[in-house]
Design a protein around this ligand. Sequence first.
Ligand code: UDP
Length: 379
Amino acid sequence: MQRILTIIGARPQFIKASVVSKAIQAQEGIEEILLHTGQHFDANMSDVFFDQLGIPRPDVQLDIHGGSHGAMTGRMLEQIEAVILSEKPDRVMVYGDTNSTLAGALAAAKLHVPVAHVEAGLRSFNMRMPEEVNRILTDQISDLLFCPTDTAVRNLAKEGFDDKPTQVLKVGDVMQDAALFFAQRAVRPADMPAELLATDEHGKAHAEGKEGASQANPFVLATLHRAENTDDPVRLAGIVEALNRIHQDVAPVLLPLHPRTRAAIARQGLELLTHTIDPVGYFEMIWLLNHCDLVMTDSGGVQKEAFFFGKACVTMRDQTEWVELVENGANELVGADTGRIEEAVRRHLGRRVKDDGELYGGGKASERIVEHLLQGVDA
Ligand code: UDP
């Protein structure tokens, strides 16, 4: 029996790991030990995903969050190392590009424990992004790189991975697996603003339903949390102004607000006029993706989910790791300039896009990952 220590800590990692864990459980041969670093800890940023997605309670729960990047990553490194020494896994598996990813990979590599990186090879080519630093370093010290796209495989080839013993494997995107697996579980957010719900002739908002967009009035679904936007006062002001203008002049905007963004907006004394709700669970997010008329985001995951759910996406960043969506016209990069964002939203509002299942593996990534893992650490 192979023992794999899976390290997760942030919202997107719960979603990614949930489908891989299910695929592991569907096979014999792998025992998974789950470690949660505590990087995200609020009920609506962590617990809700364990409950909804059926992720087992972590075997090891750390409580590391806040502070500077160095302090957070350093504390994780020290504590994960101790867990690896006591649990003696055959392999460590990490996801994505957070501080939990890098700390887990580094702790393992220093102890000569092989590392599998899910979502390897993605690049924004912007080294000012903490995520870019984390993913480049993690790829360098992993021996098994599970790439979601052809672009990711190409990025690694350009970095010389063809000449290394590292295995580079295109498996598809586990977020597509999650979107397909949980698609039928959509739940309308309890705090959905009444204005966004279609009403009957008696003015009564429609009750919960899963069967299509007819039960919501047109709205734009927005998410915003990347440090490159929240920690840059000029960018944040430009985006907030764009969201406000769009909400007032184009279509109502619904923003499930990340705690980091809430804090940054308060710190900067900005006023948000959009419909703002607390971060939602994944099932609620699927409902919103299903019912909205456009997605505006700076999230990596949400850019793809817009595509999975057939909606155009306006991305408030200067680069994206998911270039294939820009190339096929599903996604437009608009940066943080108010006028540019508003103009793009007007152009894309209501536009539908089609996922033919080619770009992201069509929901088979977790199965492929487990097949490779089952080949063992020496394969
Ligand atoms: N998400 C969610 N609730 C929210 C906002 C996002 O469940 O209120 C989900 C979203 O559907 C996606 C994931 O969180 O699956 C994306 O995580 P995030 O945007 O935090 O990180 P990124 O993808 O940028 O790394």
